[in-house]
Design a protein around this ligand. Sequence first.
Ligand code: GAP
Length: 445
Amino acid sequence: MAENTLMEKLVSLAKRRGFVFQSSEIYGGLGSVWDYGPLGVELKKNVKDRWWRAMVHARDDIEGLDAAILMHPRVWEASGHVAGFTDPLVDCKQCKNRFRADDKRIKGTPGQPDAQCPVCGSKGTLTEPRLFNLMFKTFMGPVEEQAAIVFLRPETAQGIYVNYQNVLNSSRQRVPFGIAQIGKAFRNEITPGNFIFRTREFEQMEMQFFVKPGTDMEWFERWREWRMEWHKSIGLNPAKLRWHAHGPGELAHYAKAAFDIEYEFPFGWQEIEGVHNRSDFDLGRHQEYSGKKLEYFDQAANERYLPYIVETSAGADRVTLTLMADAYREENVEGETRVVLGFDPGIAPIKAGVFPLVKKDGMPELADRIYHDLKKQFTVFYDDSGAIGRRYRRMDEAGTPFCITVDGETQVGQTVTVRARDAMTQERVAIAQLGEYIGSRIRGA
Ligand code: GAP
């Protein structure tokens, strides 16, 4: 399948089946902002739940947090975002389009006569690069003045740093320990795109791990390993995952070491998560800007220090897109194309479809009873419309791993058929065993 065709197919399937819609579509849409439909919200929720379970519930050394999106404006001065969270922007004076100065499609040097606009092709019409801050601004209170400016957070991490002492004082944690948070972040990206890959409003799943200086690289390596394992555990194809080490020119201002987990998308290898050794940069800056001591007192060693931070930062939307791209396949079945989202059963938005074979002989009533029973434990979908083959295909497209059909034998033997999405094989299962059957196949959910 041609690579861009796959993305077009994904976008179209996402809309048709209710995974993702363009924001404010009836008004023509809003640039690179997306809404999640009934299936998409379940899929993304499963991503976040799996992350939360692995990072918070399954560990003794990490606490959860939900900090506000709006923060004191000084936070963004301390973090370096006011001064440095910028992209170089160039305009085409001819067609009025805007680009990042490092856009690979630009031929020549922006600002010089040889530079060519990648959209209208004009030469010498691109302006000199100027720095553009990616933070969204708004005003707090009724007066729109400089003193009232606040920002929509461009990352969730800062909410963790400013609460590090609150969490330490209110929990039983001692260094080394971590704080995890899932939440919205906003960036006024100049070149968003590739569907929900790079958007202006997105969700991050970030964890900051506070460690004793000198032990930071050990923790950094551990976290690299654990995070790669997590991506495999949600069903991503390991052959499409790799590490990218940041070279000296690539490292962010706060980072001592950084690696990205990349996935091979139809549009190339791209970052889905960053693991960073942020040293004591963040706590050091917040200590300086707030005037509050943020040192940790290690009672056992009787010493004070500013902890180093190892950060793991993944995008919930980006992981959701990764799962969809990884799961999409087309098969030829008896001369027809079968579209399948082959999600791992634990991550699939719907776990089972429940169908009466025909709408008579008590089958709908029985199917309805099974549906309501299973609904207490799993996300299930009832469907009695159309031929059974079409109902299977609809579930294949939604990525549903099991289809349960009530047929003529059900009344007699109290069994149903369970059809597996991938192998398309069917087996008879006792109604009483259905909960156990599905539950045991939902690895990690
Ligand atoms: N606190 C560190 C930080 O924010 P980042 O590399 O800028 O680091 C981390 O972002 C992750 O957030 C990325 O790996 C990506 O998954 C997600 N992300 C960043 N910008 C995004 C955007 N515009 N749209 C969707 N996801 C984004």
